[in-house]
Write a protein of this length. Sequence first.
Length: 491
Amino acid sequence: MGSVTTYSIEAANKFIRDSKHLVRQDYRLTYHLMAEYGWMNDPNGFVHYNGEYHLFYQHYPYKPVWGPMHWGHAVSRDLVHWTYRPVALAPDTAFDRGGCFSGSAIEKDGKLVLMYTGHVVTGPDNNQDYKQSQGLAISENGIDFEKYEGNPVIGYDEIPAGVSVKDFRDPKVFERNGNYYVVLGSNDAKGNGLVLLYRSEDLKQWTFVNVLAKSDGTLGDNWECPDLFPLGDKDIFMLSPQRMPAQGEQYRNLHSTMYMIGSFDPEAGTFASERNAQVDHGFDFYAPQSTVDHLGRRIVIGWMDMWETAMPTQEGHHWAGAMSLPREAILDGDRILFQPIEEIKAARHNAFEQSGISLDGIFGMPVTGDSYELEVEFEAGDALAFGLKLRVDDAGKEETVLTYLVEEGLLCLNRDRSGIGPGGERRAAVPLKSGKLALRIFVDKSSVEVFAGDGEVVMTARIYPAPESQGIRLFSKGAAYVRQLKKWDIR
Ligand code: FRU
């Protein structure tokens, strides 16, 4: 189709309807959310509303590349199976004509209110010349949204001194002590990411409270997609720092995700951080957003990709971008455990189980697949290393390798031979528990997510193996033991 100059929800929905038959299936995921057609990035407006989970997402429906942002929309009752709803927002007003950027959702008086960033381009350089402000869109039925005529509700003229005049985005709105609050990502225009806090009684009139937190020079030059929520008896500040410098094996992607555990003082607008850690230790996890559901669970979902990384489905497949598996965040002392949502167990089919495997070298499993869960417990024994090879072809050339280095106490995810996507290795410290390592691994057509232990470390990666590469192998260097391995197809 030609160039689209005027965007509307109707045009977007019609285009998707007319084009979705073109989408190639090879790498389409079985149990992860993707755009029906075109491009997807950040999760937006994650909320449980009127008996369903709603998940919106950054969406350019016309091509599998980033473009003027719309909000795609899907709903689910179990966080595993999703149904598409019409596009919720298009960049069709003066305030958001350059894009409806990331934001969040909250229920007010039975209505579903979205708060998001209106992006406008102000000069010839798209990457430099822009302004951002915050607006609302309101729905009575959770499907059709009307933009508030008073947008913006926080204009770029309300950015405090000492803060970037252009990076001002990704409102995450929440209620605390009878007030609404919103956190917004920005930087100090000198290379330090920061987050701003505003307060409101009605979601329409907002007052700046404080700079809630700021990088000390080591935590990235701009902060995107901030989130602030209570967990157990603590408060969690979750953020996506851009260009954060690596710390040893950690924070090795272009952009990172981090959580800080501490306490939030809404009156003063301060966050006292006690400890911080990486949310996900793999390659492809960014801009996570959380919601608390009707069961009181805090659920986190992220964009399962990374900026400026090759995405093989952009050529000829008509889609790009996916969401991670939703994860339940559980406070455990001074850390967060991220566990696959319980509902995934109801999507298990074709159970397979094998116990007591003595490993010394390579061991081929009699089961294969491209959309499954593995639950495996290793005993390190005398081995120097042990692990699994996933998505292996018959020749053993294509493989995605998960290795545990016993001496180093490191879990390593290597995708150098994973197919046509980008390669590389990520490593994370995972101590053995009484000499054992428990893993839950979720493989989908073009992804792998590894949950170690009780979820103290999660590693996520997109991989693009050939469809026929479906083998599963165990291996060790030296004698190790697999107490038990279980596998289920996930549908
Ligand atoms: C994060 C992000 C957000 C922005 C959106 C634009 O991935 O850069 O800061 O709102 O994507 O699509």
